[in-house]
Design a protein. Structure first.
Length: 253
């Protein structure tokens, strides 16, 4: 297994895999099971699934879909979207989900993180920080459920999530989502210096070198991407892919 986790981040919407740009304009990529089968063949170590409709629509996770994914998936995966209770998290763990990802619901209910961590361990809970720039180019916490920027200090929020029990932070850069212009190094560096838990970054990877920089130069613990693993070429032709291990070993040596 690689020393640095390199994770395809797959977005679920209405039972399919989609890809967004700046959290907008979802484009259909394919059937989740077909995508999973391809990534099985590529010997991917880990996956992330995010249901981008569940929390905004106040709906529960699609347990049947997740069960089907679990039955086909050879690697551990994390799931986020619509998780509002310990009971829902328990159902997901029983279905075979390794980690649950708590995003919008953690903003007003950090006790949810504490409850899950107390029952299943800190390593089972990932807390998301969605970061988006305001009109003055200041980094703000973004709530995708309400599509609002929040006046909450990012550093304080990050520490609060860890203190609540999150065993990992998932930094998602809204303005860089699907743009392939590199990760937000400034925020990776500042937040990774605050906490001792792993920080996984997503949003902006256009090449493997962007991932190396995020880890080696800015301090990320793991790197995730969407476009890099579902598109090919300048015109974004749909092609589910994953680098050879030899490339990744060379990248992070």
């Amino acid at each position: 297994m690689l020393s640095t986790r390199v994770i395809p981040c797959l977005l679920l919407q209405e039972g399919g895999i989609v890809k967004t740009k700046k959290f907008k304009k979802p484009r259909y990529i394919g059937d989740p099971i077909n995508v999973v089968k391809i990534l099985n063949e590529k010997e991917v170590d880990e996956l992330i699934f995010l249901d981008i409709d569940a929390s905004p629509n106040k709906s529960e996770p699609d347990y049947e879909l997740i069960k089907t994914i679990t039955n086909e998936c050879f690697m551990p995966f994390s799931y986020g979207g619509g998780i509002t209770s310990l009971k829902q998290a328990s159902i997901l763990f029983n279905l075979g989900v390794e980690k649950v990802i708590i995003g919008s619901n953690a903003i007003h209910d950090k006790k949810l993180i504490t409850d899950i961590a107390s029952q299943y361990g800190n390593q089972s809970v990932v807390a998301t920080i969605n970061i988006k720039k305001d009109i003055f180019k200041r980094s703000c916490l973004y709530d995708p459920s309400n599509k609002k920027l929040l006046k909450i200090d990012l550093s304080d929020y990050c520490k609060e999530l860890v203190n609540a029990g999150a065993g990992e932070i998932f930094l998602n850069f809204v303005d860089r989502d699907g743009m392939k212009n590199g990760y937000d190094g400034e925020n990776i560096r500042s937040l990774s210096e605050l906490v001792t838990v792993p920080i996984t970054v997503c949003g902006g990877a256009g090449c493997l070198e962007d991932m190396r920089i995020a880890v080696k130069d800015f301090g990320a613990s793991a790197v995730a991407a969407g476009s890099l693993f579902v598109y090919h070429g300048k015109r974004d032709a749909v092609l589910v892919n994953y680098p050879d291990y030899s490339k990744l070993l060379e990248l992070f040596k």
